[in-house]
Design a protein around this ligand. Structure first.
Ligand SMILES: Cc1cc2nc3c(=O)[nH]c(=O)nc-3n(C[C@H](O)[C@H](O)[C@H](O)COP(=O)(O)OP(=O)(O)OC[C@H]3O[C@@H](n4cnc5c(N)ncnc54)[C@H](O)[C@@H]3O)c2cc1C
Length: 105
């Protein structure tokens, strides 16, 4: 079973962001290498990712187990985290882990 909580609205990637040139014309970040003749790849073809440091990006979180800890993580992620993709894997047919497996008379 894999469950993915509804995510809060993701922060759009800043690749679309712009800076303002001295003449007040907005310039998308992706246009800067061409504008300033920066290299966009090295001799081996490695491409530089033109994203400012500190830019929020989507983080993928994988949690194994939907016991109390996994459920708590899912709730925390739903309430407090932004721009994430959470997948919970559970080997049992139901969530709750120990509380599902341990039956009391
Ligand atoms: C008999 C018993 C009584 C307890 N009573 C109490 C109590 O009264 N109060 C209390 O606070 N605590 C109690 N505990 C402790 C209890 O374990 C914790 O409270 C809590 O359940 C721990 O949650 P957890 O999510 O960390 O682990 P678990 O509940 O063990 O959850 C782990 C989950 O991971 C899943 N999993 C494991 N391996 C994989 C895999 N490879 N792939 C996919 N899924 C996987 C398991 O199926 C399970 O659902 C008790 C424990 C036992 C055994």
């Amino acid at each position: 079973m894999a469950a993915s909580p509804t995510r809060p609205e993701a922060v759009p990637p800043t690749r679309e962001d712009v800076i303002t040139a001295s003449n007040d014309i907005p310039i998308p970040f992706t246009n800067l290498p061409a504008l300033y003749d920066w290299p966009v790849s090295d001799a081996e073809g490695y491409s530089i990712n033109e994203v400012p440091s500190g830019t929020e990006r989507c983080i993928k979180i994988v949690c194994v187990g939907a016991g109390a800890s996994g459920i708590n993580l899912a709730k925390f992620a739903q309430d407090r985290l932004k721009n994430i993709e959470l997948v919970l894997y559970e080997k049992n047919s139901e969530v709750a882990g120990t509380w599902f497996e341990s039956k009391y008379p």
